[in-house]
Design a protein around this ligand. Structure first.
Ligand SMILES: C[S@@+](CC[C@H](N)C(=O)[O-])C[C@H]1O[C@@H](n2cnc3c(N)ncnc32)[C@H](O)[C@@H]1O
Length: 186
């Protein structure tokens, strides 16, 4: 499938709120590199961070977080071909010792070690993930989503990067607030 066809599939499936037939629920469409840089800037990613990209595609977000910001990272994707590509790209970028790529469904990932989670999925998947993010991430962990929101979990910031909308949330420190958001997301 060409890039144009993939972008069209992503947009069409989002509009229809139904997965495209065959393959993973969300097709592989890359976040442009300048938008990746803004996602990492928005989350304030630095050397102390562990960045998880759920549905990592070619691994670009995690690789840039490690290469340009000194972070550690984990990328997961159901597409084994993309995971292999991401590992090769990490080796080429000289960050293979600080990143890990796993062929895995994102709903099975243990997020307790993540300090930053990046997403470029559908809104419906963001909403399904929301209780898991709030239950497993530590207070102060940041979540950045490219293009899609989290329903009534209001973002701390929304920015526009050349037509790409980016959302930032911070996991609240108050356990009651976390539980309320978690329950409302179910
Ligand atoms: C729109 S692409 C985003 C790629 C990358 N995060 C980026 O922003 O450039 C979504 C990716 O999610 C993967 N994906 C879809 N459903 C998934 C699932 N349930 N578990 C893991 N990965 C999934 C797809 O294979 C695809 O590579």
């Amino acid at each position: 499938m060409t890039l144009v066809a993939l972008v069209a599939a992503l947009a069409a499936a989002q509009l229809a709120e139904t997965p495209p037939s065959g393959g993973p629920e969300v097709p592989f469409v890359t976040t442009p590199l300048e938008v990746v840089d803004e996602m990492l800037r928005l989350a304030g990613v630095g050397p102390g961070d562990v960045v998880y990209d759920l549905g990592c595609g070619d691994g670009r977000i995690v690789i840039r977080a490690a290469r340009d910001r000194g972070a550690h990272g984990v990328g997961v994707d159901v597409d084994g071909r993309l995971v292999a590509e991401a590992r090769e790209a990490a080796a080429r970028a000289g960050v293979a010792d600080r990143v890990e790529f796993r062929e895995q469904d994102l709903f099975g990932v243990d997020l307790r070690h993540a300090t930053v989670v990046t997403l470029y999925l559908f809104r419906r998947l963001n909403l399904q993930l929301r209780p898991k993010l709030l239950a497993e991430l530590r207070p102060g962990a940041r979540v950045v989503s490219h293009q899609f929101d989290m329903g009534d979990w209001k973002p701390d910031r929304i920015i526009d990067v050349g037509g790409h909308r980016l959302y930032l949330w911070t996991v609240p420190a108050d356990p009651a607030r976390r539980r309320a958001l978690e329950a409302a997301g179910r």
